[in-house]
Design a protein around this ligand. Sequence first.
Ligand code: G1P
Ligand code: ZN
Length: 543
Amino acid sequence: MTRHVVATTPIEGQKPGTSGLRKKTPVFMQPHYLENFVQSIFNATGGAEGKTYVVGGDGRYFNDRAAQVILRMAAANGAKKVIIGQNAILSTPAASNLIRIRETDGGIIMSASHNPGGPKEDFGVKFNNPNGGPAPEGVTEKIFEQTKTLTEYAICDSTDIDIATLGTKTLEGMEIEVVDPVADYAEMMAGIFDFDAIKALFASGFTLCFDAMHAVTGPYAKAILEGTLGAPEGSVVNAVPSPDFGGGHPDPNPIWAKTLMDLMFSSGAPDFGAASDGDGDRNMIVGRNAYVTPSDSLAVLAANAELVPAYKGGLKGVARSMPTSRALDRVAEAAGYACYETPTGWKFFGNLLDAGRATLCGEESAGTGSDHVREKDGLWAVLFWLNVLAARKQSVAEVMADHWSKYGRNYYSRHDYEAVDSDAANGLMQALRTRLPNLKGRVVEGMTVEAADEFAYDDPVDGSRSEGQGIRIMFKGGGRIVFRLSGTGTEGATLRVYLETVETNPAALQDNPQNALSDVVSAADKLAEIRTRTGRNAPDVIT
Ligand code: G1P
Ligand code: ZN
């Protein structure tokens, strides 16, 4: 018997956030650190005895080593089986799909999403529930409790297990099935979208650039877009996952996917551009000379859902995170289905999807998804857009123009102030909180405050309440400012300011959202005293 019980003492700071536990890689590589967290997951979920798990990650530095540890610990804890992606690779949506179609007891995903990877960058581990979605707060709380009281963990001695070869092997009586990370996911996509229409689109000469950002979607995009759908070879760029994402920052937005943005706004632009993040759940959509904000993208997908075979019967409802623009609400209102407003973080969509109350959902932070899995899904969003373009026979810019003239345009932008002194950031939020009751009726930059509150969410499915989810100030005429502190930052505090204004007169639509938002931007500074309290004159990142 090579099973060991190792005595350990709790390690500080293992509090999982909205997306699992994320830390600098050297923190995760400390003796017992990963082991403590993995054992805490097992203990908090009733033990691993007799259970089946999916394991995989986005291929970042330490992914392969961590996978070996997880396998040895699952075996030592009596798990029946682990289904693992070849070389421990699985995109987050592909892992969610596997958890669901194999009806496992959950999954362990290794990723720090869009954060850079490497020996000095970020690593992460999260547990997903049997429904394929991120563990809800109740479960992460239990995991956290375990991390604080853990005294031992179980692990097997073993040389490295061969996870490069497909097929089944055993470790201490536990079955390990190494699967092709792409196959099941590709099959699911073929069952959702009109692949024939997309094939015909490419056959007609339609061009695409998909930037996989040296991250996990490379193999998926190559197989589906180039392999199955016939996009010209070379349409998928930066397609080989690398442990440090080619030294880049795998976050698909105009800042970090600048090369793609430059291409799309150049004379040689292809018809369609897209990118995905480290673990494949985020997406960026850009047409020729036409960047689509994630909030708009979500609204457009909802408005065109019936063009996609899987959503032909109509949507049951839609959901967006609170700070996401209200462009989606306009589509839902016109179509006559519910639009739910949830706190930031994908896990809040799970109950609505499970209960059949929502079919599509999304966040302003480049996450869009549906009830096909319980994670957001980058490549799914790209295929959705291709399906819509194929059916409508229009360019991205034409689709957007039609959408805005029909529903109005919600100009939208997010301003991030990063690594702000935590006390200053908390002070800013606290000052706003105190002033909330007196804001109604106040005129700021010519706009009248209609309502102001701190967002709290009562889950309509399980009745749980989540408080303190961001401060929102609504203006007459549809403008809005939301202030929130990030739950995923790793240094100091990140203040996010979400700015929105609405134009419903098609004749008055303008091109530059930042211009349209200038009054809202200065109102935000007046209301929250951002400059004086943070000492910053401008945001670090504008998306
Ligand atoms: C950020 C995004 C949020 C997303 C989360 C995980 O969280 O804003 O929409 O769900 O990453 O990808 P935040 O840092 O704002 O807490
Ligand atoms: Zn991600």
